[in-house]
Design a binder for this molecule. Structure first.
Ligand code: SAM
Length: 232
C-alpha cells in the first residue's frame, strides 16, 4: 500500500464494518447515550470492539480486566464474547458520572451489572492493589485478558500490574493507543523526549515475562496502534 492511499482509510472502515459488523442497537445506544451525557467520543471503534471480542473468544478468556470504562462501549463488546463461557469483565473507572452512564448502557444492552460486568470506581493504581489482595484472599479470580485503555502516563504501571494479576502463560495484555502515546511523548516523531523516561515499548522489550508486538492502525479513529503482549 502506498501511503497516499491512507486517505481511503475511513471509507474502508465504513465499507468493511457494513459487511462484517451487524447493526446492533445496544452498541449504537452506548455511543449516543454517552454523547448525550457529555462523555467525550473516545471509545474504541466498532471494528476494534469486534476485534477485541474475537480475540477474547479465540483465546478462550474468561476473566477480563479493563482499565478505563468510559461509557461501557468496549465493555459491551467484551461481555458479548464472555457470555458464551459465563465469563466476567472487571472494569476500573475513575469518574463516577461515567460509571453511572456505563451502568445504564450495559443494562440497556442486557448485561447484568455487576454479575457479568463489575465496574470498580477509583484510580487504577489505587484499585489494582485492592484487586491483588482480593485475589490472594480467594475472593477474585486471576485475569486471562487485560485491556489497558485509561490514562497514558500509567500504561507501563498498568501493564506491570496486568502481568502480575494474570493467570500466567498465555494470558493477553492489550494496550490501546500505544502509537499515539509514542508520538506524543517524543519516543518517535518531532516531540522532545524526556531522556529519563523509558517508553512502554522500551520497558516491554526488556521484560522477560512477555512476548509482544505493536500493530499500527488507521480507520475512523485516525492513525494509532496497540501493543499486544502474551505472558510466557
Ligand atoms: C479512552 S477512555 C476508555 C474507553 C473505553 N474503554 C471504551 O472503549 O468504551 C479512558 C477512560 O479512562 C478513565 N481514566 C482516566 N484516568 C484513569 C485512572 N487513573 N484510573 C481509572 N480510570 C481512568 C477516563 O475517565 C476514561 O473514562
Amino acid at each position: 500500500m502506498s501511503t497516499k492511499d491512507v486517505i481511503y482509510a475511513e471509507a474502508v472502515a465504513n465499507y468493511t464494518e457494513s459487511h462484517l459488523i451487524p447493526a446492533a442497537p445496544e452498541l449504537d445506544h452506548a455511543y449516543s447515550n454517552s454523547t448525550a451525557h457529555g462523555i467525550p467520543e473516545i471509545a474504541i471503534s466498532p471494528a476494534q470492539g469486534k476485534f477485541l471480542s474475537l480475540l477474547t473468544n479465540a483465546s478462550g478468556a474468561k476473566n477480563v480486566l479493563e482499565l478505563g470504562t468510559l461509557g461501557g462501549y468496549s465493555g459491551i463488546w467484551f461481555s458479548k464474547a464472555l457470555k458464551e463461557r459465563g465469563g466476567k469483565l472487571t472494569s476500573i473507572e475513575i469518574d463516577s458520572a461515567r460509571l453511572d452512564v456505563a451502568t445504564q448502557n450495559l443494562e440497556y444492552a442486557g448485561v447484568k451489572v455487576p454479575e457479568e460486568v463489575e465496574i470498580v470506581l477509583g484510580a487504577g493504581l489505587d484499585v489494582l492493589p485492592q484487586i491483588a489482595k482480593d485475589i490472594e484472599a480467594g475472593k477474585r479470580e486471576r485475569f486471562d485478558f487485560v485491556f489497558i485503555d485509561a490514562d497514558w502516563d500509567n500504561q507501563w504501571n498498568y501493564f506491570d500490574w496486568g502481568v502480575k494479576l494474570s493467570m500466567g502463560k498465555g494470558s493477553i495484555i492489550y494496550v490501546d493507543n500505544t502509537v499515539r502515546q509514542l508520538l506524543e511523548s517524543g519516543s518517535v516523531g518531532p516531540n522532545k523526549k524526556d531522556p529519563n523516561v523509558d517508553s512502554l515499548v522500551e520497558k516491554v522489550g526488556k521484560d522477560d515475562r512477555v512476548e509482544a508486538t505493536v500493530i499500527q492502525t488507521v480507520g475512523t479513529k485516525n492513525f494509532d496502534g496497540f501493543l499486544l503482549a502474551v505472558v510466557k
